[in-house]
Design a protein around this ligand. Sequence first.
Ligand code: 7TS
Length: 426
Amino acid sequence: MEETLLETPHKLDDAVRLSDEHALRYRGDFPILDRKVHGKPLVYLDNSATSQKPRAVLDALDDYYTRLNANVHRGLHTLSEEATNAYEAARERVARFINVPARSMVFVRNTTEGINLVASAWGRKNVGAGDEILLSVMEHHSNIVPWQMLARETGAVLRYFDIREDGSLDMDQADDLITDRTRIVSIAHMSNVLGTVNPIEAIVKRAHDAGALVFVDAAQSVPHMPVDVARLDCDFFAFSGHKMCGPTGIGGLYGRPELLETMDPYMGGGSMIDEVRLDGFTSADIPEKFEAGTPNIAHAIVFGDVVDYLSAVGMEHIHTHERALTDYTIERLGEIDGLTVFGHAPGRGGAISFNLDNMHPSDLSTVLDRQGIAIRAGHHCAQPLMRRLGTPYGATARASLYFYNTSEEIDTMIGAIHRARNLFGA
Ligand code: 7TS
């Protein structure tokens, strides 16, 4: 496959230099980036799996438990009221970050839970035998298996967009795939393997014209680029806090309010009810209807600090930085004989998968780890895509970038790959 090169090398230098300046300004916020692994400075390039956390987020978590800890939506004492206010304020901050109304933003554990919630609570009510659910071959298992479970239960049919040679979505298939049988299109905003950014607005328009809804799996987009959900005009949208400098166990699910209102609850329990009698219950209003039990209060509140931190860094800056570093990384990987990069769609993001001759990606990852370099090797929870790409071993190596990474770290990785190649005689 051909590598993506910027047309003017001089411009590339400028862009990468600016990107490095930006990274160096923020690296100091992340204490873990100072640690050593196997005696070498950590080079953390596994950001698609999870990002590192800045001091501001660690402090906010400490502050919550030190000053505020109480259960929400129940007590009338001061701590409970303060915790409830902070929890609801965080909902507003996170909702504003993606430009949706607070009442349409449900706190969930992660993207996976958001997709399962909709596949179950919306799907069981609105999808029947012969109806079609449209996905793509580049989806993460989280955006395949919940829909397969729904299809198994209802007799619905799954269909899949294919990809083109460059890893972009084959939109030429849209007319064939989006029909009056399509109930929902569920698609990644950005692929965690190919880095491809999918044309959500165009998909939404086609789907809505056909009377279908659109679910956007934004696990890899929200952390890396400015996203305006109102403008995308999609119906559901899910993302994970831990991939965007936040703690694990907290994420967001947006649902169009009129849809959330007609959906049944996903789980039953405390907080999600209006009234319970021995012969039945009525549900609370949205979004509480979907937040049964004691929620992840601490991490939801900290999620508010997370989006404030990212806004202060600037999502445009983050995006520009990563675009420059992605081009640089792909160019440098292209210097290595026998190395294949997967995904060359224009405007692609910084999840960069590659393979080296017939060397097993796990061996490569292990050799790099000895140099303090964290990359991921495996199927990246995208086995259908691995099959589609025909990758040896059903796996790839993957370096995934964030705004605290520098070109020097990429150079370190490139040097280590060269050494691995010599070591294994690949
Ligand atoms: N969707 C996409 C596109 C993802 O990349 C991931 C996680 C998920 C959904 C699930 O996110 P979760 O927070 O609910 O687990 N992707 C990866 C990855 O690429 N490596 O580890 C996790």
